[in-house]
Design a binder for this molecule. Structure first.
Ligand SMILES: [Fe+2]
Ligand SMILES: [Fe+2]
Length: 190
């Protein structure tokens, strides 16, 4: 598929607000890719398609995961929405013909993160939090990080904010988010 065909297919499958969010993440990811020296086409495609599995309702996600051989951990069992990232990583090949393993990994990791994230993984994770349609307390502070911080420092703050957010809701912290943050701290260059 061409990028234009991907966009049209995604638009057909997602509800309007989710599609607008996807375009926002794609454009934000390209801006971050320019700044941090990442391939802009990979950033655009990964950003565009990161939420492609949101075409399913939340209660459909466990069956959609199982049908693709995705193992459902105990946190995902409690929070099935998290599965959309893993399902999306498979759907980009199935539906959109994207066989780029780096794009698939960035989509897989976009919700809870992972240890040892690539620059592309980090860009998609962060673009998802700050794209222009996002509106929550503190989003401006996250957007402002881009000007004078390294990608690792940006992500350290973003992961910390995500953890604080779920803790304040009394929700589960996914172990991959802790692993992502610990990895950055343990490998921080001083
Ligand atoms: Fe998502
Ligand atoms: Fe998203």
């Amino acid at each position: 598929m061409t990028i234009d065909q991907m966009r049209r297919e995604l638009q057909r499958r997602l509800k309007r607000s989710r599609f607008a969010h996807s375009i926002g993440v794609a454009n934000t990811a390209v801006a971050l890719a320019k700044k941090f020296g990442v391939d802009e086409t990979q950033a655009y495609v990964a950003g565009l398609l990161h939420d492609c599995a949101r075409e399913f309702e939340n209660d459909e996600l466990p069956a959609q995961a199982e049908s693709r051989g995705i193992e459902i951990g105990e946190v995902e069992r409690a929070l099935p929405l998290l599965l959309h990232a893993y399902i999306g990583a498979k759907m980009v090949a199935e539906v959109y013909g994207v066989n780029d393993a780096q794009i698939q990994q960035a989509i897989y990791r976009h919700t809870v993160g992972a240890a040892n994230m690539t620059a592309l993984d980090k860009i998609i994770y962060f673009a998802d939090m700050i794209e222009p349609n996002r509106n929550y307390p503190g989003v401006e502070n996250l957007r402002a990080l881009v000007d004078k911080n390294s990608l690792d420092e940006i992500l350290l703050t973003a992961l910390g904010e995500s953890i604080i957010f779920v803790v304040q809701k009394n929700s589960l912290v996914h172990p991959s988010t802790v692993a992502a943050r610990n990895y950055l701290l343990l490998n921080r260059t001083k």
